[in-house]
Design a protein around this ligand. Structure first.
Ligand code: NAI
Ligand code: MG
Length: 352
C-alpha cells in the first residue's frame, strides 16, 4: 500500500475548522481507495506569532521539505497585520518550494445559486493559472519621507523571462489536456513596462503551441467577460495580482468563496506542493463552526490527484456534487443552517 506523508497547517480562523473536515474526507477516501496518509500537524499561525513572535520556526521550510504534500488552512487574523502573516508563512513557502503555479479550477457546482443562475454547469468551467512566485507581489520598494507632506512609497513589480515563460508554458500544456484554449490577462495599456513584456512572451509561447487557440484581453474586460460570457473562457493565465483578483471573482459567480479550491504547484516535483482554499480565515464567522468546508475538501481532492490518486480525487468531487445536489445539508453561505462538521460528515458518508 502506498503511504504518503502529508503536512497539515490549519492556520487561523476557519482554516482550522475546514481543514478538520477535509482530513476526514481524505482519510475515508484513502482507506477506500487503498493508500494511506500519515499526517503531521503544525501549529504555525497568528496565534503562534502572538506567542513567540514568528508565524513559523526559522527552519520551517526544511521541516516541510520531506513531505509529499501540504494541506494549508488559511493564515491571517485581526491583531497581526496581513503583510506579517502572509509574508511570514504563505509567501515564503510558495517561493522556497518553487510553487510557481497557482492552479484555481472553477466550476458551477450542483445545487448552487450563482449570479449567473440559469447557466448550466458545462457553461461555467474554467481554470485560472496564476503566476505564484513573482510579479506584483514583490518586497522591493520602500517608504520615503515618512510623516512629511512629500511622503511617498514605491512598490516595484518583478517579471522575469524565466518566471513568465514557465507559467505561460504550463497554461498551454494544460490547455492541451482540456479545451485547447488559453486567454492571457494583460493590462499593457496601463502597465507599460511589465505587461508588454508579458504579452511578448505570451506570443512566443503561443507560437510553440500552434494547436492551442490563444488570445489576450485586458484584465478589466476579462473580468466582465467572466461574468457575461464565461463559456468563452477555459484556461486563463494571469500574473500574481491579476490571478488573485480574477479567482475571487470566479469564486463569487460560482457560489462563493466557500466553494473555491486552489493548488500551489511545484511542477518539477522537486519540492512538495501545497493545497488550500482560495478563501482566507474569515474572522467574521470564525469560531462559530459554520464555515463551508467544500473549498478545502476540493483542495484536498487536488492534493490526492497531485499524488497520482486520480480515482480517489474524482470520487471526492463526485461525493461533493452529490451532497450539494441533494441540498439537504447546507451551511449558511449556501442558504442553510448546518454546521461545518455536518457538511464535512455528509461528504465523508457520500464517499461510501
Ligand atoms: P476571507 O476569504 O477570509 O473572507 C471573505 C468573506 O467570505 C467573509 O465574509 C467570509 O465570511 C466569507 N467566507 C470565506 N470563506 C468562507 C467559507 N468557507 N464559508 C463561508 N463563508 C466564507 O477574506 P478576508 O476577510 O479578506 O481575509 C481574512 C484574513 O484571511 C486576512 O487576514 C487575510 O489576509 C487572510 N487571507 C489568507 C489567505 C490565505 O491563507 N491563503 C487568502 C485570503 C485571505
Ligand atoms: Mg485571494
Amino acid at each position: 500500500m502506498t503511504a504518503y506523508r502529508i503536512a497539515s497547517i490549519p492556520g487561523d480562523g476557519i482554516g482550522v475548522d475546514v481543514t478538520v473536515e477535509a482530513r476526514k474526507v481524505l482519510d475515508r477516501a484513502s482507506s477506500k481507495f487503498g493508500f494511506s496518509l500519515e499526517w503531521t500537524e503544525f501549529d504555525w499561525s497568528c496565534e503562534r506569532y502572538a506567542r513567540v513572535g514568528a508565524m513559523m520556526p526559522d527552519d520551517g521550510v526544511s521541516q516541510l521539505s520531506a513531505f509529499d504534500g501540504i494541506l494549508l488552512g488559511a493564515v491571517g487574523f485581526p491583531g497581526v497585520p496581513d503583510h506579517v502573516s502572509l509574508w511570514g508563512l504563505l509567501i515564503p513557502l510558495r517561493r522556497a518550494f518553487q510553487q510557481y503555479v497557482n492552479l484555481r479550477p472553477v466550476r458551477l457546482l450542483p445545487g448552487t445559486t450563482s449570479v449567473l443562475a440559469g447557466r448550466k454547469a458545462e457553461e461555467l468551467e474554467l481554470v485560472i493559472v496564476r503566476e505564484n512566485s513573482e510579479g506584483e507581489y514583490s518586497a522591493i520598494g520602500g517608504r520615503h519621507n515618512a510623516g512629511r507632506p512629500d511622503e511617498f512609497v514605491l512598490q516595484e513589480s518583478v517579471f522575469t523571462r524565466v518566471g513568465v515563460t514557465r507559467i505561460i508554458r504550463y497554461a498551454f500544456a494544460l490547455a492541451r489536456t482540456r479545451s485547447s484554449r488559453v486567454c492571457s490577462a494583460t493590462k499593457s495599456n496601463g502597465l507599460i513596462h511589465s505587461m508588454p513584456f508579458w504579452d511578448e512572451i505570451f506570443a512566443e509561447v503561443a507560437a510553440e503551441f500552434p494547436d492551442v487557440h490563444s488570445e489576450q484581453m485586458h484584465v478589466d474586460a476579462l473580468a466582465a467577460r467572466m461574468v457575461q460570457a464565461p463559456d468563452r473562457l477555459d484556461i486563463v493565465v494571469a500574473s500574481n495580482l491579476f490571478g488573485d483578483i480574477l479567482s475571487d471573482l470566479a469564486a463569487a459567480i460560482t457560489g462563493g468563496l466557500g466553494m473555491a479550491p486552489s493548488g500551489n504547484i511545484n511542477p518539477s516535483g522537486e519540492f512538495p506542493s501545497m493545497f488550500e482554499a482560495v478563501h482566507g480565515s474569515a474572522p467574521d464567522i470564525a469560531g462559530q463552526g459554520i464555515a463551508n468546508p467544500v473549498a478545502q475538501i476540493l483542495a484536498a481532492a487536488m492534493l490526492v490527484e497531485h499524488l497520482g490518486e486520480t480515482v480517489a480525487a474524482q470520487a471526492i468531487r463526485t461525493a461533493v456534487d452529490r451532497v450539494l445536489d441533494e441540498g439537504r445539508v447546507r451551511t449558511p453561505d449556501l442558504g442553510g443552517t448546518d454546521t461545518t462538521e455536518r457538511l464535512g460528515t455528509a461528504v465523508t458518508e457520500a464517499l461510501g
